[in-house]
Design a protein. Structure first.
Length: 102
């Protein structure tokens, strides 16, 4: 069995005007983890990906970390999964890292 490809970034599917997307993106940006922000209104493939994982709906934010896909997750959940996947946060000026509750 082949090893899974390493995860390079958190893929965040979002759309303009979505307050949940704005909130999640703001918190993830401050975490310093690498992000790949994907606007579902600008790319039909991104919208189709979200529909496949959200029961045919364009529910955002939707997040993919490797093979794991989460619909409307909390920032803490995303950070925890990203750290488990081996993603490393870079220090952000004035930012602070989110930590999972244990």
């Amino acid at each position: 069995m082949a090893d899974a490809a390493p995860v390079e970034a958190i893929q965040v599917y979002w759309r303009p005007g979505c307050p949940y997307c704005s909130s999640l993106l703001r918190r993830l940006r401050s975490s310093g983890l690498p992000l790949d922000e994907r606007n579902i209104w600008k790319d039909g493939e991104h919208a189709a990906f979200v529909r496949r994982h959200a029961d045919g709906n364009e529910t955002v934010p939707t997040v993919a970390i490797g093979d794991t896909v989460l619909v409307n997750p909390s920032a803490r959940t995303v950070v925890g999964l990203a750290e488990q996947a081996g993603l490393v946060a870079t220090e952000q000026p004035g930012g602070r890292r989110l930590r999972r509750r244990r």
